[in-house]
Write a protein that binds this ligand. Structure first.
Ligand code: B3K
Ligand code: ZN
Length: 874
């Protein structure tokens, strides 16, 4: 397959100034008439080449004249037209087959033929499945879209932009027109047509525009859209207040669908959401999912500026909009909820999803240098690591400086397709500083290691901190320049107080926290007037996406765990200590870290010093995937066992009676309120029940069964179900039956029923997955369902998926073949579960390799899946 390379970028030879699209919509067949107003790029002399895939060309005319067969060529992916000139108008008419579109890219049907609705997904290259067009993000056009359809079958007709008339047609048909005044790239085009209900709210922007907010969903879901509406309003206000960004159309549509390849899509004026990222109600939505809905609604809304008004020049710049928008969402969520908890969740996600990606054969820079299939690059690296890079820049500039830089970026690039260089230039110039050294972060793959070593000189009362960096050689051969690594730090006295920081040679008033930037391979930082050997708190708030190695003693980590006021670093100390305790248990060596960890947590557990949610997270050791990252011959079964043993030790230290007392106290207060304190209580309640289940499975089983039965909302119900299933409790089967029946008609709730069971620890998981595949509700055609069963199994259940006999690998390979024929994007994403097979212990490694090699031999794999399999094998 051919590779697209960043260095081959050329500006488009032809632009489309304006486009008129006329849709004649039907479930089995739809027709699209497109009128393109062309502009030639005087600097280039190339014939007009338009992208177009799976299009049945019905008619083609240039400047009003039908073209004869020798005046154009179409090879099923590119249409070449002779004789076009600057100002020409090209007209094409094509036929599409929405109901037959199982890839969910382009125009497709959501739901059953008789009652479902039509919708589109274009990013990255879906527009070429709708009509002939230069389908690349640097071609910005003005869109006028007219939809025509049978009124009874398609009562609602929506497209991006402002409404511009609607009316009746003969034969029970009707039409509606939308004009988007903002030039946009084709990937932001969208339409929706069918039976949908709506909730509406009026909104007036800070700059005085009256906007109609409309959220659309099928009748059974519309009452679950109110939370999203509130979240949308909060996001709009926040962007006005934080970045001075106002919404820019008269109407903002949001639509929910159960058939979607990813989370949501920021189409201009017509956001489309996977139902799981939009619908929320207490009976079927967990606290975590509520926060996710708020985050995704905000993320898509924020794209209106970071992505839509300023878009990407080419897909290599994807992180320009995604990393930035994730960062904006993270800041918003931190403001709406608990900032340290948000940071903990995000860093945990980075370590679970991005670090492994960056350490294996799928590693790529935040700005990749090449790709075969762009949809394979919507990755944790581009999104999450990309957001960390923006966070470093924001941290370097400070709050006001970053705002100044963002103002400059939006102002200068509004209505343009920009690059990461444009972004760094705007931020830097607005602050009179050169940020180009940060470009190196965008160009190299791999997670840098940061080594820290402290030396205290009692006689001189100085403390010297030596920081050194190293990035492991990646799979690409990109050069490894030293990176600028901002390290936010503090020093703690042996009593747990923060010390004033006197930096060598600096005279300004000492701070108790500061940021030093390590911009070469190694550097010493000297602090003076330090009265006793301090304990450094490094990378506070996770100030750079690196792996820190510091030679702490267990007692030093315990001190940070007990005293650090940075909630994130307090959690981090607990994680480090737990990881060491885990190694002690696994290797049967010392137990200093184990005791330090358990003692520190026992003290916190009995005091009221930390909030319930943070306590829950402190009581949770790093997950199995994270622990595996520290090993070379990975045996996921063994990791599971050692991690369980570690948690059992903690539970024993806390004591069954103590745990039970705390559990009952929390239970007595539980409800469905969404305020931070209530969510925190539920988080801790779940954690305490899990720990209790390790000590006293029978007692905990009884408590969990009661909690399941009486739960006021989904958070408590699902927590109880999960404890029952994972601990193999006698009551599990009855609870699962009850849940299956109770939520038979609720797809999102059923997804959780599949996912809980797919995460059954160890060998039994595979049979359970096979059994669940036979459930009436299972289908490979729905991405959410695939994710809830197969995705949860291969991605979130290491000890179940990585069976020593290789049966997990073979199951995945078989399903990928079937899935690829239906939906290549979903298949390719699932296939990334093979990432990291090279580091498994020998028996599993061989079994995994055999399954992947066999899969690679299958004929007719999609470019999406083919690229992942190829990369994973190498
Ligand atoms: N921009 C979309 C993702 C499109 C994925 C295409 N395969 C959602 C988002 O990041 O907001
Ligand atoms: Zn995004």
């Amino acid at each position: 397959p051919s590779l697209i390379r960043l260095r081959d970028y050329r500006a488009p030879a032809w632009r489309v100034e304006a486009v008129e699209l006329d849709f004649d919509l039907g479930i089995d067949a739809s027709e699209v008439l497109a009128r393109l107003h062309l502009r030639r790029n005087p600097a280039q002399d190339a014939p007009l080449r338009l992208d177009g895939e799976n299009l049945q060309l019905l008619a083609i005319a240039l400047d009003g004249r039908t073209l004869s067969a020798d005046e154009y060529r179409y090879d099923d992916s590119v249409l070449v037209v002779d004789g076009t000139r600057d100002g020409s108008v090209l007209e094409t008419r094509v036929r599409l087959r929405p109901a037959a579109n199982t890839a969910l890219e382009g125009l497709y049907l959501s739901g059953p033929r008789e009652t479902g609705f039509l919708l589109t997904q274009c990013e990255a290259e879906g527009f070429r499945h709708i009509t002939f067009f230069p389908d690349r993000p640097d071609v910005l056009s003005r869109y006028t879209v007219t939809l025509r359809a049978d009124r009874a079958r398609f009562p609602v007709l929506l497209a991006g932009g402002n409404p511009d008339g609607a009316g009746e047609l003969e034969g029970g048909r009707h039409w509606a027109r939308f004009v988007d005044p903002h030039p946009k790239p084709s990937y932001l085009f969208a339409l929706v047509a069918g039976h949908l209900e709506v909730i509406e709210r009026g909104y007036v922007t800070a700059d005085g525009r009256a906007v109609q907010l409309k959220i659309w969903a099928e009748a059974d879901a519309i009452e679950r859209c109110h939370y999203a509406m509130d979240a949308l309003e909060r996001a709009m206000r926040w962007d006005e207040q934080t970045y001075g960004r106002n919404y820019d159309l008269d109407v903002f549509h949001v639509v929910a669908t159960h058939d979607f390849n990813m989370g949501a899509m920021e189409n201009k004026g017509l956001n489309i959401f996977n139902a799981k990222c939009l619908l929320a109600e207490p009976d079927s939505t967990t606290d975590e999912e509520y926060r996710h809905v708020e985050a995704v609604v905000a993320h898509e809304y924020f794209h209106n500026w970071s992505g839509n008004r300023v878009t990407c020049r080419d897909w290599f710049q994807l992180s320009l909009k995604e990393g930035l928008t994730v960062f904006r969402e993270q800041s918003f969520s931190a403001d709406m909820n608990s900032a340290p908890l948000k940071r903990i969740d995000d860093v945990a996600l980075l370590r679970r999803a991005q670090f492994p990606e960056d350490a294996g054969p799928l590693a790529h820079p935040v700005r990749p240098a090449q790709y075969s299939e762009i949809n394979n690059f919507y990755t944790a690296t581009v999104y999450e690591k990309g957001a960390e890079l923006v966070r470093m820049l924001a941290g370097t500039l400070g709050r006001d400086g970053f705002r100044r830089g963002m103002d400059r970026y939006f102002e200068r690039n509004d209505g343009h397709a920009a690059t990461l260089e444009d972004f760094l230039a705007a931020l830097g110039e607005a602050n009179g500083t050169d940020l180009t050294p940060y470009l190196a972060w965008y160009a190299q793959a791999g997670t840098p290691r940061l080594k820290a070593h402290g030396h205290y000189d009692a006689a001189a009362q100085t403390y010297t901190l030596t920081l050194a960096q190293q990035t492991p050689a990646g799979h690409g051969a990109e050069p490894r320049a030293p990176l600028p690594i901002p390290v936010k730090l503090a020093l703690f006295s042996p009593h747990g107080d923060m010390l004033p920081l006197h930096m060598d040679g600096q005279t300004s008033k000492p701070a108790i926290e500061l940021v030093v930037v390590l911009d070469r391979a190694e550097r010493n930082f000297v602090f003076t007037d330090v009265a006793a050997a301090p304990v450094p708190s490094l990378l506070r708030g996770f100030s750079a996406p690196v792996i820190l190695a510091c030679d702490y003693t267990p007692d030093e980590l315990a001190l940070l765990l007990a005293h650090d006021v940075d909630g994130f670093n307090r959690w981090e100390a607990s994680q480090q200590l737990a990881a060491r305790a885990y190694e002690e248990l696994r290797d049967g060596t010392a137990s200093a870290a184990l005791h330090a960890w358990c003692d520190a947590l026992a003290r916190l557990f009995d005091s009221a010093a930390v909030d319930d949610a943070l306590l829950a997270d402190l009581l949770t050791p790093p997950g199995e995937i994270e622990l595996a990252e520290r090993e070379t011959a990975i045996d996921p079964q063994r990791i599971l066992q050692s991690r369980q043993a570690l948690q059992r030790q903690l539970a024993e230290r806390l004591g069954a009676e103590n745990l039970q007392r705390r559990y009952l106290a929390l239970l007595a207060q539980t409800g469905i309120e969404l305020d931070a304190a209530s969510q925190a209580r539920r988080r801790l309640q779940r954690r305490v029940l899990e720990l209790l289940a390790l000590l006293d499975p029978v007692g905990a089983g009884a408590l969990a069964a009661t909690q399941y039965r009486d739960a006021p909302g989904m958070t408590d119900r699902l927590a109880a179900l999960s404890v029952l299933v994972r601990s193999g409790a006698a009551q599990a089967a009855a609870a699962l039956r009850d849940y299956r029946e109770r939520y038979a008609g609720n797809a999102l709730a059923l997804d959780k029923w599949f996912a809980v069971q797919a995460q059954l620890p160890g060998e039994p998981a595979l049979d359970r997955v096979r059994q669940l595949e036979r459930d009436d509700a299972f289908t490979l055609k729905n991405p959410n369902r695939v994710q809830s069963l197969l995705g949860a199994f291969v991605r979130s259940n290491p000890s179940g998926f990585h069976r020593a006999d290789g049966a997990g690998y073979r199951l995945l390979a078989e399903r990928l073949v079937a899935l690829d024929a239906l939906n290549p994007q979903v298949a390719a994403r699932l296939a990334t579960a093979f990432n990291g097979w090279q580091r498994l212990e020998p028996r599993r490694r061989e079994a995994a390799q055999a399954a992947i090699v066999e899969l690679a031999r299958q004929p007719g794999l999609s470019r999406n899946l083919g690229e992942i399999i190829d990369s994973v094998l190498n």
